[in-house]
Ligand binder design. Structure first.
Ligand code: PEP
Ligand code: MG
Length: 920
């Protein structure tokens, strides 16, 4: 067919220059964005847009996009005039939609300015409420609402928030002024203060601002808005936000959006309220409407944990109409989003407004319950349900519980709100700093706080559990504890905490820093003392100590993973060296061993002496004699591992580490020798130690990781490979005679040259033939290699001539590609991450741009030579969800990881097959 040539159109107009949009409105039933625009609008902005479009009562507003945030940083912390103009146009539109004007003395527009990134980062960034108030507008608000107390309460809150967030004046200074006024007026709680007290507070606050900044409190609402917006942009890079992003692997470059929305007020009096909630219980997953509210309050009061809020079901009595509407709207949202929703609402004079909806953060336990319930309720299909569970969260289900018998013995000291399940037992600390220091010393700590602030995140990260005296189920401590899978109890009001004195008292007893306390995050019970923990229910079933039928969570766990198995194409194997580990791995769903490190068996009881004798031998004959003693032991191990895998492939690696790892340390030996000599000893023991020292010195290497290890040992001491091959094949033959199928795969480590592999393969094949002849049994086996030396990856086409399989040893491959010692990277990794030279620890999450390219190259080259070559990975990355996505993409057949990570890997492999990026 003739190629069409496009004729130039006579009427061709120059293409309209696409004007990039940075601000998106949502108002009165119509929004410029929707749920698909999380990248641009952030989670909160896209939720507000979606709810507006769905006709829900959402106060009007606009979202300044994440792209604007990035421009702000790119342009040296300012926005180009065009974007400022675009925002101003939206301010005017909002004034129209809201029927109110900024700064008006009769009907002033007040807005909230709130952060909202693509991934929710609870409490990490800044928010400002009641913006638009000034000395005149406050009077306008008073006139319009006929409520002077409310107007001045709103103004004092605004100055306080703006003062601390935008003007960076310490919150404590505002608190100090407020306390002074409360004291003077004899007010116990905030709500006891009348209008005059609040006016006095406003006056004091303004004086404080002037004293701290040298300027009066800004009166121009537009200047307030710009300042607040920039402060939210700035808060993207505050310390706690950065730390949070590191923890949850949220990229730094995506920025936050800013939502500017007309204020509605939960603090106009007894007919107003504000609250937060979940469509299901985020701690247990139970299908119950869950949340809390406060009458006559603003949103911050609920989440900050200052006043303990009321359970949401009580709203049905206080404001029945609003409650009914709230139930209806949130059920609709749950169906629409096909996920549990975390919502915020405000009721202003009996009228309900929806302020936020997003996927609710939940514990691993709840995630599994909710996902399986959604399928049972026909709200989601199995593939959708799989995506509702973060693979890493499954580890929480394997966390320990208290031994019920021991737990019963200790009396309950108090009860709090069960915010995040799990057993926690540790020594009490009262600050996050102390938690970090003690954990560094190997202690188990329990962080006890009156309330937690977002700054506590580092303490919460290391603590066994978090216990607070105030706050509700949605307070910061609860939300973050749940997400981390950290057992948490909040609102344990009976605790009398003296943070300065580092003690608390409860039930007539005083607990000091360092004392042991235990609690159950599922029931909320707190006990004084140390209580032993026991295996999780799932582990008990897996280990055969509990019947599967008796465990609801096990049933759901295996149902979910069964769905995952149907979807995934990656095989899952385990790294296991012992029969019991292999059995556990099999029970968790591993179908094969990807790496059996034979040297781990050398450390077993009564073995190390035999291994040392082998190493000490200075001639082949003596070495063979020592190896002959090791043979039956290795054979027994391989027998157990092969049997536990029920005919699934078992990759057994020949010896890998440098030999001196099996010998005592030079310094220790020298001390022992010196001691013996000091006693004038001439014993055989002394002579033996001297020989050992000589051999240790001979084996000393400057760089053992790059020294005499891996295949190099097998080449210089072929009798070791021979013994190991014999042990493997004798075990397999024995099993075959017992009618048990096996599929051994012999793996040679650290190969960089095809001739190295050929040398070892010749030995393995010869021994296999000999054993099978002796035993008169035939078994199928493979011989392959690890690809863990960069040269091995680059020459994978040559190596595949000999190798029937490759298993990527990404630990060594990462070490040798970066030239970072896997044992010493800790010395500089932190600084690399802080300075953004590296985003992640490459030993945890595969470096796709570098190490990953070597893997991809080796896959391609290996397949070119041997199209049916078996490809897998057995480095630690095999249990890391984001790395699993990469391995799926490059087309490996399986990943292999530790037995406890197997469930995580099964789910991550299903996610990869469903092509969803981790974190999406
Ligand atoms: C590897 O290097 O990735 C590997 C699995 O081997 P090892 O960790 O034993 O060196
Ligand atoms: Mg290795």
């Amino acid at each position: 067919m003739a190629k069409k040539t496009a004729k130039p159109r006579k009427t061709a107009r120059p293409a309209a220059k696409a004007v990039k949009k940075y601000v998106y409105a949502f108002a009165t039933g119509k929004a410029e964005g929707d749920r698909t625009m999380k990248d641009i609008l952030g989670g909160k902005g896209s939720g507000l847009a979606e709810m507006t479009n769905a006709g829900l009562p959402v106060p009007p507003g606009f979202t300044i996009s994440t792209a604007a945030c990035n421009r702000w940083y790119d342009e040296g912390r300012r926005l180009p005039q065009a974007i400022e103009d675009e925002m101003m146009a939206h301010v005017r539109r909002l004034e129209k939609a809201a029927g109110a004007t900024f700064g008006s003395t009769t009907n002033p527009l007040l807005v909230s300015v709130r952060s909202g990134a693509k991934f929710s980062m609870p409490g990490m960034m800044d928010t400002i409420l009641n913006l638009g108030l000034n000395d005149l507008a406050v009077e306008g608000l008073k006139a319009r609402t006929k409520n002077g107390r409310f107007a001045y309460d709103s103004y004092r809150r605004f100055i306080q928030m703006f003062g601390s967030v935008v003007l960076e004046i310490s919150k404590a200074k505002f608190e100090h002024e407020f306390e002074a006024v409360k004291h003077a007026h004899g007010a116990k709680v905030d709500t006891d203060l009348a209008e005059d007290g609040l006016q006095e507070t406003v006056a004091r606050y303004k004086t404080l601002v002037k004293a701290e900044t040298g300027k009066p409190f800004p009166q121009d609402p537009l200047a307030q808005l710009t300042g607040a917006r920039d402060a939210v942009f700035r808060s993207w890079n505050n310390d706690r936000a950065i730390k949070y992003r590191r923890m949850y692997e949220i990229p730094d470059h995506i920025g936050t959006a800013v939502n500017v929305q007309k204020m509605v007020f939960g603090n106009t009096g007894e007919r107003s309220a504000t609250g937060v909630g979940f469509t299901r219980n985020p701690a247990t997953g139970a299908k119950e409407f869950f949340g809390e509210f406060l009458v006559n309050a603003q949103g911050e009061d609920v989440v900050a944990g200052i006043r303990t809020p009321r359970p949401i079901v009580e709203l049905a009595d206080v404001m029945p109409k609003a409650y009914r509407e709230l139930r209806a709207f949130t059920s609709r949202l749950e169906k629409h989003y096909k996920d549990i929703q975390d919502f915020e609402f405000t009721i202003e004079n009996d009228k309900l407004y929806m302020l936020q909806t997003r996927s609710g953060k939940r514990t691993g336990y709840a995630a599994v319950v909710i996902a399986t319930d959604f399928v049972a309720e026909k709200l989601a299909k199995p593939a959708e349900a799989l995506l509702m569970v973060e693979p890493g969260a499954l580890s929480q289900l394997l966390a320990p519980m208290f031994d019920p018998a021991e737990w019963k013995k200790v009396p309950v000291a108090t009860k709090g709100l069960p915010a995040s399940p799990g057993a926690a037992s540790g020594q009490v600390v009262f600050t996050s700093e102390q938690a970090v220091v003690w954990t560094g010393q190997g202690k188990k700590v329990l962080l006890v706080r009156k309330e937690t602030a977002p700054d506590d995140i580092h303490g919460m990260e290391v603590a066994q559990g978090i216990l607070t005296a105030t706050g509700g189920m949605t307070s910061h401590a609860a939300v973050v504890g749940r997400q981390m899978g950290r057992p948490s109890i909040v609102g344990a009001g009976a605790l009398q905490i003296d943070e300065k004195g580092k003690t608390f008292s409860v039930a007539g007893q005083t607990v000091k820093e360092g004392d042991w306390v235990s609690f159950d995050g599922l029931t909320g019970e707190v006990k004084l003392g140390k209580v032993g923990t026991t295996q999780s229910e799932i582990l008990q079933v897996v280990n055969g100590h509990m019947k599967a039928a008796d465990s609801d969570i096990y049933r759901r766990f295996s149902l979910l993973l069964g769905w995952a198995d149907k979807v995934r194409t990656l095989g899952i194997r385990a790294n296991a060296d012992q029969p019991d580990q292999s059995e556990l791995a099999y029970a968790f769903g591993a179908r094969g061993i990807g790496l059996c490190r034979t040297e781990h068996m050398f450390f077993g009881e009564g073995r190390i002496e035999k291994v040392q004798r082998m190493i000490l031998a200075d001639n082949e004959q003596d070495r063979r004699a020592a190896l002959a003693e090791l043979l039956p032991l290795q054979r027994a191990d391989f027998y157990g591992v092969l049997k536990a895998m029920h005919g699934e492939p078992v990759t057994i690696r020949t010896i890998d580490p440098p030999l001196h790892e099996f010998l005592p340390k030079r310094e220790d030996l020298m001390v022992e020798i010196a001691k013996l000599e000091a006693t004038g000893s001439t014993s055989a023991e002394l002579a033996g130690k001297k020989t050992l020292l000589k051999r240790v010195e001979q084996l000393h290497e400057f760089n053992p990781m790059l020294g005499h290890r891996g295949v190099r040992l097998g080449i210089t001491y072929p009798e070791i490979t021979e013994m190991q091959a014999r042990a493997i094949f004798e075990a397999a033959c024995q099993l075959a005679k017992e009618g048990i199928k096996t599929a051994p795969e012999v793996m040679i480590p650290l190969v960089g040259l095809v001739k190295e592999l050929k040398d070892q393969k010749t030995i393995v094949d010869r021994v296999a033939a000999e054993v099978m002849k002796e035993q008169k049994v035939r078994i199928k086996y493979l011989v392959g290699t690890m690809i863990e030396v960069p040269r091995g990856a680059v020459t994978a086409d040559e190596i595949a001539q000999e190798a029937q399989f490759f298993s990527f040893g990404t630990n060594d491959l990462t070490q040798m590609t970066f030239g970072f010692s896997r044992d010493d990277i800790g010395k500089f990794l932190g600084e690399y991450q802080e300075r953004k030279i590296l985003d992640r620890d490459p030993f945890q999450s595969i470096d796709t741009a570098g190490v990953g390219q070597l893997v991809a190259m080796a896959v391609e080259k290996g397949r070119k030579t041997r199209p049916d070559i078996k490809l897998g990975i057995c480095g630690e990355h095999g249990g890391d969800p984001s790395s699993i996505h990469f391995f799926h993409k490059v087309g490996l057949a399986y990943v292999s990881c530790s037995p406890y990570r197997v469930p995580v890997a099964r789910l991550a492999a299903a996610h990869a097959a469903l092509s969803v990026k981790v974190g999406d």
